[in-house]
Structure formats: structure tokens, C-alpha cells
Design a protein around this ligand. Structure first.
Ligand code: SME
Length: 164
């Protein structure tokens, strides 16, 4: 039976994350290309949870160490560049800390790419040496769609895909 986002039992959500993480790691086995890995994560997570409306990466611009530029994503048009410290993504990048925002319209400096976005989680992505390479952003059309279960599962998944 498909996971129902409205029936938000944490155990079910954690189990679905474990399932999709195993599927992602199986697909990526032997593929070192970072863009391919990011595209696969964005696509497979977008499909895994009905409440996910936008999933994707903002990568650290190699030419401007304090700016993010959009990377692989699934969803409607995202803005192209975000300075460190701006919006939810820029805050996650600056502080290297996962951000959970229950109501994006109440977040100071939130960058509205699509007015349907209501809540958001952004997780920093580190490489094997501990350097910040990107942030991973998930938007939902419902308020308060994300909690500690999402944070823990996404942090683990991203570390297994990009820091292993
Ligand atoms: N809302 C984000 C910007 C990126 S999009 O939602 C795709 C933010 O405030 O960082």
C-alpha cells in the first residue's frame, strides 16, 4: 500500500525513507558522477512522498564560495541563485544546519519560487572530507509537512550518497 502523507505516522514515514534510500543506493551503485547522483536522489524522492512538491539541490558555486546555484531538481521553476544567508536554503548553507520551516510565509527572507509552497526542509550536503557541496531542498504544499523524522532520514540518506 502506498504511503499516505496525511496519515502521518512517523514509523511509516521512517520505513518509507528506509525503503527509498535502499532503492536509491542500489540505482547509484558504481556511479561516481555527482550530477547523476543528485538527479537520481531528486527524482526518486519526488516520487516517494505525495506531499513533496519540489525536490532538488542548490550547489555551492565553485566560482563564488558564498553563493548557491540551482542544480538537479524535480518541480516547477526554481530561482537560479541564492546567496549564503538568504532564504531557507541560504540559511542552511551558511549555518551548515538543517532548517525545518512549518510556514514559509512566516520565515523572514523566504524566497518564494512558487506560491503553492507552504512548508520546507533544507538539509546541508557534505562530501567525504566534510566540505559543504550543496543543500537539498524539499517543499510541500501543506503547512508543517516536515519534522525530525524527515530531518534524520534525509541527513542519513544524503550522507550515504555524497559522503561515503
Ligand atoms: N524557498 C527557498 C528557495 C528555493 S525554492 O523553494 C525552490 C528558500 O527560501 O531558500
Amino acid at each position: 500500500m502506498a504511503y499516505a502523507a496525511r496519515d502521518d505516522r512517523p514509523a511509516d514515514k521512517a520505513a518509507r525513507y528506509a525503503e527509498v534510500e535502499a532503492e536509491i543506493l542500489a540505482v547509484l551503485d558504481g556511479e561516481p558522477n555527482r550530477t547523476a547522483r543528485m538527479a537520481t536522489v531528486a527524482s526518486m524522492l519526488a516520487d516517494a512522498f505525495p506531499v513533496f512538491f519540489w525536490t532538488g539541490f542548490y550547489v555551492v558555486d565553485p566560482d563564488k564560495a558564498d553563493e548557491l546555484v540551482v542544480g538537479p531538481y524535480q518541480g516547477t521553476l526554481g530561482c537560479l541563485r541564492i546567496a549564503f544567508g538568504r532564504g531557507v536554503c541560504g540559511t542552511a548553507a551558511r549555518d551548515r544546519a538543517t532548517q525545518i520551516v512549518d510556514d514559509v510565509h512566516a520565515f523572514p527572507g523566504h524566497i518564494a519560487c512558487d506560491s503553492r509552497s507552504a512548508s520546507e526542509i533544507v538539509v546541508p550536503v557534505l562530501d567525504g572530507s566534510g566540505a559543504l557541496i550543496a543543500v537539498f531542498d524539499v517543499d510541500a504544499t501543506e503547512k508543517a509537512a516536515f519534522d525530525d523524522v524527515d530531518a534524520t532520514a534525509l541527513e542519513q540518506l544524503l550522507s550515504r550518497v555524497f559522503a561515503a
